[in-house]
Design a protein around this ligand. Sequence first.
Ligand code: 9MR
Length: 341
Amino acid sequence: LAASLGACASATSLPAPPGAEPPPSLKEAFGRLMPFGSAVTPEQLRGPEAAFIARHFNVLVAENVMKPEFLAPKQEGQYEFGPADELVNFALARGMKVRGHTLLWHRQMPAWFFKEGNAVVSRAMLIARVERYIADVVGHFKGRVYAWDVVNEAVTVDEPDAQADANGLRIAEFYKIIGPEYIDIAFRAAAKADPDALLFYNDYETQNPKKVALVSRLVSGLKARGVKIDGIGHQAHCSAGHPGVADFERAIDAYARLGVTQHVTELDIALNHNLMDTTVTAATPELLARQARRYGELVSLFLRKRAQVTALLVWGIGDSYTWLTSWPVKRFEAPLLFDTA
Ligand code: 9MR
């Protein structure tokens, strides 16, 4: 089955050309073994891709519309739940689960969040805002979103543009204004708003040994302080040669010892070697075959570890919808399971 997921990475068009054999339903093949999902946009659910999405996935996550800048773009307490509700209703009507992404992140926060008049918001006011935002949002989706990325990308290692404290915690607005306690505050607020939702810490490069140590420290600290955290999300933005499967395996084993579950939340496998690499300008059969093998080996690992890894989501339904063609540079990419239509 991992091999068939790998095969999809090179073989299948979205949607299938007229007359062609439709690809096997991935949710019937792979999704029986673990919830299998994709990031989607509400527009995709209104158009011709809706049937494709319902056929292949049994978990959905919003690529953007459940982030704070979309849910509360203008001011505190004023929400725009329409597009996110549409996505959640689409999923639930078809027996799919929904992951919520993301409550707190250093990106995609609306400007009002950190302001009080023209000044920087006070610590007390920001804590109150975090608590209110999470109570309102998690409360709104209570019983409908089964797992939340409560805090995203709070740990950073070896990034020239990021500052970190001695525990590797990113020094961005929440940290600067509240201090490291913002993470506890967020998880406690989420647990209060929906005691049944699974609460995740989500990050990239979660297999990097330095990050494994720091994320483990963060999670064990939360647990020691009695804060509910249920899982670690591996974004799993991969490339041709990175990360090594052995590192990933060691990381999964290390996190398992913390007594949390794990989701692969944003899997994609770039053809270029890193985010700045623009060498690849076309999806040659060789590159696609190598990518398919990479999908095969990574997904085989996740399946082997399925006592620990309890959901797998890709970051987009097909190559026409990938962040990797526009960020941080414009370039060619084809990192997903299905080709550009
Ligand atoms: O795919 C998302 C893209 O459309 C947005 O422009 C971008 C904004 O920062 O966020 C992308 O999704 C990110 C996700 O929320 C968190 N992990 C990294 C993802 C890719 O950048």
